[in-house]
Write a protein that binds this ligand. Structure first.
Ligand SMILES: [Fe+2]
Ligand SMILES: [Fe+2]
Length: 371
């Protein structure tokens, strides 16, 4: 990956960003596994095979009928207008904006493909008919999403070879319960992110700088339904939502929110172009996600607590200073980086102490994507 130093005045750190200029750069970006980039997961397939959804059978069967109906089967096709908009709009992007948009496409593609691989691997390694059928449907959806994003990268001649990405990127092992917490959150936050962007650009069509955003409304309903599936799986195993597991739930909510906050603030131009402020956008996404999570999580993080906000700002500042230290390199750079990592861990510890609100779970699990 090339690191060009160009005179960019909007952000003193921007010149440190890895520039994406070739297909190799794009795949190198997708292969990266850091705190802030999407990962690939693997899990305990035997435990997955033993899952029992009978406590939520009625809601499960309704959901499976929706998957079977496949109301998005014809959605992920580009029309003539799409090509025309790409042709006229993309040359208008500034070089910095182009980098942020490419980074957005690559990280979105990586996380869609991450779901596709995980669901497919579970499907192949189990025989439990309920879970196998669910994984088949979700892998179908994620593969469409990843393919659709990849077509937009191909417009820039930066298409990613997904087979090669699957072989080269490292995999993180998570016990099933961590897969449930993390994947549930990432599906629901994915919904909240896409719908917030869609609604904003619906109000301000002049700010829709790429046609892909017109696809987000029906797209995010897939993500919403994927989240519903994990909600039902967790509600079918109530012990995952009680006792010490409540601390794990709190940990995952905070980790997902903090990662998103730091990540989004490294792409300020992208949100600006849509007429969004990164902080306000993130808080809107937190708010929607927290409301949805009431269907399954017995605890909710107080996102309006002043310490919550202060810790997110602090993590962002530490992350920026860490980028500078890494660019500096050498022993001094390494020492600085290590010191900053300790401070980030302490800050995350403080975040963990922000009080949470407890809530009783509703009798009916399913909810509707009404945002
Ligand atoms: Fe997806
Ligand atoms: Fe999904």
């Amino acid at each position: 990956m090339s690191t060009h130093t160009t005179a960019l005045d909007h952000d003193p750190l921007a010149h440190l960003m890895d520039r994406i200029e070739s297909s190799d750069d794009a795949i190198a970006k997708a292969v990266q596994s850091t705190m802030l980039t999407p990962r690939f997961y693997t899990t305990d397939f035997k435990a997955m095979d033993r899952l029992d959804v009978s406590p939520v059978r009625a809601e499960w069967d309704t959901m499976m009928k929706e998957y079977e109906g496949d109301n998005n089967h014809d959605h992920f096709q580009r029309d003539a207008e799409f090509a025309e908009e790409v042709r006229t709009l993309m040359p208008q992007l500034s070089p910095e904006m182009r980098q942020e948009f490419l980074d957005f496409l690559i990280s979105s593609l990586t996380s869609e493909f991450s779901g596709c691989i995980l669901y497919n691997e579970i499907r192949k390694n189990i025989s439990n008919p309920d879970i196998k059928q669910l994984m088949t449907y979700m892998a179908r959806d994620e593969s469409r999403h990843a393919g659709f994003l990849n077509q937009s990268l191909k417009d820039f001649n930066l298409g990613i070879d997904l087979g090669s990405l699957k072989r080269t990127k490292s995999y993180t092992y998570f016990k099933p319960k961590y897969i449930f917490y993390a994947t549930y959150l990432s599906e629901k936050i994915g919904y909240a992110r896409y719908i917030t962007i869609f609604r904003q650009l619906e109000r301000h069509p002049d700010k829709r700088f790429h046609p892909i955003f017109r696809w987000f409304e029906r797209w995010c309903n897939d993500e919403f339904r994927h989240g519903e599936s994990f909600a039902l799986i967790m509600r079918a195993q109530p012990h995952l939502l009680q006792g010490l597991n409540k601390l794990w739930i709190r940990f995952f909510i905070l980790a997902v929110y903090a990662t998103m906050f730091v990540r989004d603030h490294s792409r300020p131009l992208l949100h600006e172009a849509m007429g969004l402020d990164s902080t306000r956008y993130d808080y809107e996404v937190f708010r929607i996600t927290s409301q949805i999570c009431r269907q399954v999580f017995p605890v909710e993080v107080d996102i309006d607590h002043p310490v919550f906000k202060a810790c997110l700002e602090r993590l962002l500042d530490l992350s920026k200073r860490n980028d500078l230290a890494k660019a500096q390199g050498g022993l001094l750079g390494k020492l600085k980086s290590a010191g900053l990592a300790v401070q980030a861990a302490l800050t995350f510890g403080r975040l963990f102490l922000v009080p949470v609100k407890s809530q009783a779970l509703p009798a009916t699990v399913r909810c509707e994507p009404v945002w």
